[in-house]
Design a protein around this ligand. Structure first.
Ligand SMILES: C[S@@+](CC[C@H](N)C(=O)[O-])C[C@H]1O[C@@H](n2cnc3c(N)ncnc32)[C@H](O)[C@@H]1O
Length: 347
């Protein structure tokens, strides 16, 4: 099992300490200017500095161009990561904060180091979700995603996939869930009666997440986990069904969870379709869970699924496409976005 993704530990000999006597705005300006600071007394000192940073580098409005919002995000992130917290003996060595979440799993070989303050906050957020779990109606139970794994925060696309899966009339012997993330689609297929499943992900934390999920709540299907690119060496002709909920947005991902949402790799879909064509049984199907969000955000970017279907020598044909509007939800503005399930068969 390759090492898990984790916030990079910093082993610094000298760092400049800050405490509650420092002016948060002055400290935030130092972070913007490239100075690394370490919180020396209380967690709240760091919170105040990051709040001051938000005031110095406010996010552009949602209607600002994508490139401007992205550049502002990158600048803010770089500055915020210069504010550090000391970790001693796997504990955060300041007052006002609990133990370092996931310390034993993520840092088995290290006990004393520094971590960016913002990433410790992210570890706490993720530990809370991991401990409480998230109830998913499509599964009829809670999922507990591990740190660094994409967790569906809305479920229209999962419900649409559930509708599609209910209608699916093909064989239910063997299926691959490509880019399994928290494992939700794999677990939906296990519930829908597939006998053998392969769940793959390039992100080792996703594989670890589903491994933990299956050991807490075993399923009837035989599930093989594989860390690797796309179909990760699935045998030729093995799969009755290949399912992929790919990243939907062409972008420049900066973290493992970003990579789950955005793809920078122009060859991603080309590689996926080549591997899926090889892995499918003769009557097999590909189901792609998709959203129009990428086209709405980046209308100039090519549509990777339409590009595949328009190849001069087609590998796939479209069998069916389900679509559903994304309704406005709490804290979500009205949108033209639709979620879709594309069912393809070899041409
Ligand atoms: C949008 S998330 C979907 C996760 C999950 N299947 C779901 O429906 O909630 C995309 C997933 O694909 C994985 N992924 C992206 N590129 C990949 C690649 N080249 N090979 C394997 N997995 C990949 C990401 O790590 C992420 O877990």
């Amino acid at each position: 099992m390759p090492a898990l993704h984790r916030p990079s530990p910093l082993l610094r000999a000298e760092v400049q300490p800050v405490d509650r006597d420092g002016d948060p705005a002055f400290c935030a300006a130092a972070l913007i200017n490239g100075v690394e600071l370490v919180v020396a007394d209380h967690f709240h000192t760091g919170v105040a500095i990051l709040e001051a940073l938000d005031r110095l580098l406010p996010a552009p409005p949602p209607e600002a161009p994508y490139a401007a919002r992205r550049a502002a995000f990158v600048a803010h992130r770089a500055a915020s990561l210069r504010l550090l917290l000391p970790v001693r003996d796997h504990r955060i060595a300041v007052l006002g904060v609990g133990p370092l979440p996931f310390a034993a799993a993520l840092y088995p070989e290290l006990r004393d180091f520094y971590l960016p303050f913002a990433q410790v906050q992210e570890l706490h957020g993720s530990a809370q979700i991991y401990e409480e779990g998230v109830h998913l109606a499509v599964l009829g139970r809670r999922l507990r995603p591990f740190y660094g794994v994409y967790l569906p925060t809305r479920t229209e696309h999962l419900e649409l996939f559930g509708t599609w899966l209910g209608r699916y009339a093909g064989e239910r012997r063997r299926a691959v869930d490509v880019g399994t993330g928290s494992g939700v689609l794999c677990l939906m297929m296990a519930r829908a009666g597939f006998a053998e499943l392969r769940a793959t992900d390039q992100n080792p934390n996703a594989v670890e997440s589903l491994r933990r999920e299956l050991s807490r709540a075993p399923v009837a299907a035989r599930v093989e986990l594989a860390r690797g690119d796309l179909l990760a060496g699935t045998d030729a002709g093995w799969a009755d069904l290949v399912v992929f909920n790919p990243p939907w947005i062409p972008g420049e991902p900066t973290s493992a969870v970003d990579r789950a949402l955005e793809y920078a790799d122009p060859e991603l879909f080309e590689r996926f379709f080549a591997q899926a064509a090889a892995a499918l049984a003769p009557e097999g199907r590909v189901a792609i869970v998709w959203s129009t969000i990428g086209q709405l955000l980046r209308p100039e970017a090519p549509h990777p699924l339409e590009a595949e279907l328009a190849r001069p020598s087609p590998r796939f044909r479209l069998v069916d496409k389900l679509a559903r509007r994304v309704p406005p939800g709490p804290g979500r503005r009205r949108t033209r976005e639709r979620v879709e399930v594309w069912e393809l068969q070899r041409a």
